[in-house]
Design a binder for this molecule. Structure first.
Ligand code: TXA
Ligand code: MG
Length: 323
């Protein structure tokens, strides 16, 4: 069934009120966060959450992140809050999602049957205004069709979900541009399940010891269901090379993402990415969508150093190249 999608300004109180009303009756609203745009529905309404999975074409075994406006609202979704989680909550609002033991109010549809629930307070005024206006926790995955790069503008959301989502709140480009860092806070030592917008170094500086889930860990797939699925994949083939190697790989059906300037005489598209990792993260998903033009068969990406935000950027690039 198709709906008429309304694109409304996220800083307009009337638009927030209208979007909140859609959510209260079980509909879908896409909204900006500081990381990427989310596709929201009432997290405690299993039927509404089911509409998210249908809209995205998302596998039913991949649980959703629940967004809340305040720590008390997060605690109400958890059976208990371990001491490590309490410390991590001091980093909210921000690009950090905490996996907590789930309380019975959270339906199986939201957690994909897991005994845990993932929660975060987004650091974006429109997201917080929407959460307060509707008074419900909002389940929200990234607002892309499953398998596509995450949306960092309202235009990206419209390209993927026009006719499927009732309202898109346009808050301009997302400041961070990468999804939140997901941390399992049920363990004595918290463990990063997905690198994201809050760098590992910042987490460790704030709360001390933090483990990182290794892709080699045989339990990795069950701890972080998102790892099972293909992600961030443009239609074109993505190939990763070392910095400086793309210059020799030109051709009419080639597009390059590099932090270096376009070499003289290079044949093909050449997208210069920001030297600063914050800028790179901000531009990454838009660049992947932009370069994925019909005539492009191969997107050659020069890798970035794996420090700070570079860990999350490298993770998304590897997943894009896995297709
Ligand atoms: O920044 C973000 O996190 C964005 C914005 C909209 O908040 N949301 C987002 O959601 O990226 P999504 O659905 O694209 O990614 C959610 C990730 C997946 O890897 C999923 O497996 C993991 O969080 N996750 C959710 N609930 C979990 C749980 N109970 N245990 C372990 N991992 C969980
Ligand atoms: Mg996603």
């Amino acid at each position: 069934m198709s709906v008429k999608t309304a694109l409304l300004p996220a800083d307009d109180p009337a638009a927030i009120a209208r979007a909140a009303e859609v959510l209260r009756r079980g509909g879908l609203v896409a909204f900006p966060t500081e990381t990427v745009y989310g596709l929201g529905a009432d997290a405690l309404d299993a039927a509404a959450v089911g509409r998210i999975f249908a809209a995205k074409g998302r596998p039913a075994d991949n649980p959703l992140i629940v967004h809340v406006a305040a720590p008390e609202q997060a605690r109400a979704l958890a059976r208990s809050v371990p001491p490590a989680a309490e410390r991590l909550m001091s980093l909210w609002p921000g690009p950090l999602t905490l996996v907590l033991p789930r309380a019975a109010v959270v339906p199986d549809a939201t957690t994909a049957g897991q005994d845990t629930v993932a929660v975060r307070i987004p650091g974006h005024p429109a997201a917080l205004a929407l959460l307060r206006a509707c008074g419900r926790p909002l389940a929200a995955p990234s607002a892309n069709r499953s398998g596509r790069p995450s949306p960092t503008t309202a235009g990206h959301v419209l390209a993927d979900l026009d006719g499927v989502v009732e309202v898109i709140l346009d808050g301009g480009p997302c400041a961070v541009g990468l999804e939140s860092t997901v941390v399992d806070a049920t363990r004595p030592v918290p463990m990063v399940l997905r690198m994201g917008g809050l760098p590992l170094e910042a987490l460790r500086a704030a709360v001390g010891e933090v483990d990182v889930l290794s892709g080699q860990d045989p339990e990795a797939m069950s701890r972080s269901p998102g790892l099972r699925h293909r992600h961030y994949a443009p239609r074109a083939r993505v190939v990763l090379v070392a910095p400086g190697e793309a210059a020799a790989l030109g051709g009419p059906a080639v597009a390059v993402m590099s932090q270096r300037p376009r070499p003289p005489g290079f044949v093909g598209r050449w997208q210069v990415m920001p030297a600063e990792l914050e800028g790179y993260a901000h531009a990454l998903f838009a660049a992947l969508r932009e370069l994925d033009a019909p005539e492009v068969e191969t997107i050659v990406v020069e890798t970035v150093p794996e420090v700070g935000l570079g860990r999350a950027i490298a993770d998304r690039l590897r997943r894009a190249a896995q297709g």
